[in-house]
Design a protein around this ligand. Structure first.
Ligand code: ZN
Ligand code: ZN
Ligand code: ZN
Ligand code: ZN
Ligand code: ZN
Length: 260
């Protein structure tokens, strides 16, 4: 199920062919098995740590004043910057990616949303060895944190914000059945709970902005610095957003492109 779109473009993409990471158990949902032959139809050029987001950001940059661009990049990547800084400090990395990848599609932080609708910080404490982190909100049946995008930019829908009356607070990632992740059952099966809807499994209506695959092909991984070293995943400073593109990295860190 390795996608072909990135093969051979970067030495760091070899990790995709590596065996499944052995320090992680798959999350317990039944329908998240990778669906073969999915969506590698577009040959995106970019690669490495944050593949397509790169391309997106550059497109946005071209349409934007330079100073504004720095501010916008910082805003877009602030949640991931916070997640990366905390991971580097604590040595516990939470990443959302497809099994076998050598990069994370999204750096997950305490403020990141779970499929159940609650934040990572609303779930039980986690370590780098965690496989399942249940939700601590009493009324919630979620048994294992599963990252889900919580801003339209995270599913590539930048334009939504420009719509009159668009409400970022109430925006939720949706399934092909048109109902949001919060309307689907957390955990095994992810069946839609909306009356009259026959959807039995959440299938994202969007593709990951980093790798162009569906939400359900991804998993949330809890790693340690050591396990990441062994798996060839970025850690330390290399985990910062755009570590490989200094001007973008600076924009993420400071809102400016220049080196200090
Ligand atoms: Zn919950
Ligand atoms: Zn949850
Ligand atoms: Zn559905
Ligand atoms: Zn539905
Ligand atoms: Zn992805």
């Amino acid at each position: 199920m390795a996608s072909k779109d990135r093969e051979g473009k970067s030495p760091s993409s070899n990790g995709k062919r590596r065996e499944k990471q052995n320090h992680q158990q798959p999350q317990p949902q039944t329908d998240s098995q990778p669906k073969p032959g999915c969506r590698d139809r577009k040959g995106y050029m970019v690669n490495r740590i944050v593949p397509v987001k790169n391309g997106d950001v550059v497109t946005v940059a071209k349409a934007m004043h330079r100073r504004q661009f720095g501010r916008r990049v910082k805003e877009l990547f602030e949640p991931e910057r916070e997640a990366a800084v905390k991971a580097i400090e604590t040595g516990v990395y939470v990443g959302w990616r497809c099994p076998g990848y050598s990069w994370d599609c999204f750096r997950v932080g305490d403020a990141s949303k779970c499929f159940c609708g609650h934040r990572l910080s609303d779930h039980a404490p986690y370590t780098g060895a965690s496989a399942q982190v249940p939700c601590a909100i009493p009324s919630c049946g979620c048994k294992a944190f599963e990252f889900v995008p919580s801003r339209p930019e995270e599913v590539g829908e930048h334009w939504l914000r420009k719509r009159p009356g668009f409400d970022a607070e109430s925006w939720r990632a949706a399934c092909r059945c048109k109902h949001t992740h919060e309307e689907h059952a957390p955990g095994v099966g992810h069946a839609c709970r909306r009356r009259g809807c026959r959807c039995a499994h959440f299938e994202s209506s969007f593709l990951c902005v980093s790798c162009d695959k569906h939400w359900e092909e991804h998993q949330t991984f809890f790693d340690t610095e050591d396990s990441r070293k062994k798996s060839g995943l970025p850690y330390g400073e290399a985990y910062l957003p755009f570590a490989e593109v200094p001007t973008l990295r600076n924009a993420v860190l400071t809102g400016r492109e220049e080196d200090e």
